[in-house]
Design a protein around this ligand. Structure first.
Ligand code: SF4
Length: 316
């Protein structure tokens, strides 16, 4: 009888709805169709931005100086998926620079619409989100009485005595962070605060999926740009359950062999700006690195773990 070495087995489960959302895909489609200069990173994923640049589509400064644009003969541009401040869009038009608006429809139609209708009802609007993020820099300009907070200290500095106040949130924030800051606002400033969760559906789905997986796998790899708010939040959610074995990477090359030591099952999550091709590259790299048999699985919407057809041929 020969002594066969026992092969280690690794199960890799892809989180439900991991990867590019319809807003990001729509922005890519507009950029590839129009092929005009993009004012800023179209989405927060270096691979997508790099691929567009490789196709010869110029990526300019996000809030490029209008005179400089005119000096370069730029007459048409593309606005990024996170949106542009209202006044800036007007300025572009006033200066005869046409724009193709790749702002995600969730922002354009839903969030800006909510801001307008709450204002019409006489509400002051508090947006819970990162004040330096492009989405928030733009969204706040679609109302005339908007405030932005991202910490308890910023809430302390809000005006007292406002009668009708509503809180909405950045589309990519975690529910926990939004709820905590709403609770703090109700306790300290506005007891009758109305709060509306304006996270978008793809973000909600991904957050729930990653949280479900992180509760039972040994390790989790989150794939996506480091300046992508929703990817970073997925990593933070996973860290709650896997503080030492959550890894945020923005390319397959970042995977390290030691991350697989003693790991029997690993979750894969990916932000809404992460292309499916990048997820595939990570799966391929796992096959190269892991010194045993790899079985790929797919998480269903209900947290059920299913066979992933596309990976059968990849098994070793
Ligand atoms: S994450 Fe949400 S808001 Fe952002 S582009 Fe995707 S669908 Fe739109």
């Amino acid at each position: 009888m020969t002594n066969q070495p026992i092969l280690a087995v690794l199960e890799v489960i892809l989180a439900h709805s991991a990867g590019t959302c319809f807003g990001v895909q729509g922005a890519i489609d507009i950029a590839e169709d129009k092929r005009k200069p993009i004012l800023g990173p179209l989405v927060h994923n270096p691979k997508i931005v790099g691929d567009l640049a490789k196709q010869g589509i110029p990526i300019l400064e996000r809030y490029s100086d209008l005179e400089a644009l005119q000096g370069q003969g730029v007459k048409e541009i593309i606005i990024t998926a996170h949106g542009y401040p209202k006044e800036l869009k007007q300025k572009l038009l006033d200066n005869n620079i046409q724009f193709h608006d790749a702002t995600c429809p969730v922002l354009l139609k839903w969030v800006y619409g909510k801001i307008a209708s709450f204002e019409a009802e006489g509400y002051a609007i508090v947006i819970v989100g990162n004040p330096n993020h492009a989405e928030i820099i733009a969204s706040r300009t679609y109302g005339t009485n908007t405030h932005v907070v991202y910490s308890e200290e910023e809430i302390d500095a809000l005006p007292d005595g406002l009668e009708k106040v509503v809180a909405i949130c950045q589309t990519t924030i975690t529910r926990e962070k939004f709820e905590n800051l709403v609770d703090y606002m109700r306790a300290t400033k506005y007891p009758h605060l109305k709060a509306v969760d304006t996270r978008c559906k793809p973000v909600k789905n991904q957050q729930e999926a990653v949280e479900m997986l992180a509760k039972w796998v040994d390790a989790m790899v989150i794939i996506g740009g480091f300046d992508s708010s929703n990817t970073t939040n997925l990593a933070k959610l996973s860290q709650k359950y896997l503080p030492n074995t959550t890894y945020h990477i923005d390319s397959a090359a970042m995977l390290k062999p030691e991350w697989f030591n003693g790991v029997h099952n690993m979750g894969l999550g990916a932000g809404t700006s992460t292309p499916k091709s990048q997820i595939k590259e990570v799966q391929q790299r796992i096959l190269e690195i892991f010194p045993g048999k790899v079985m790929f699985r797919q998480e269903s919407k209900d947290g059920e773990i299913l066979d992933a057809d596309f990976t059968k041929e990849d098994e070793i």
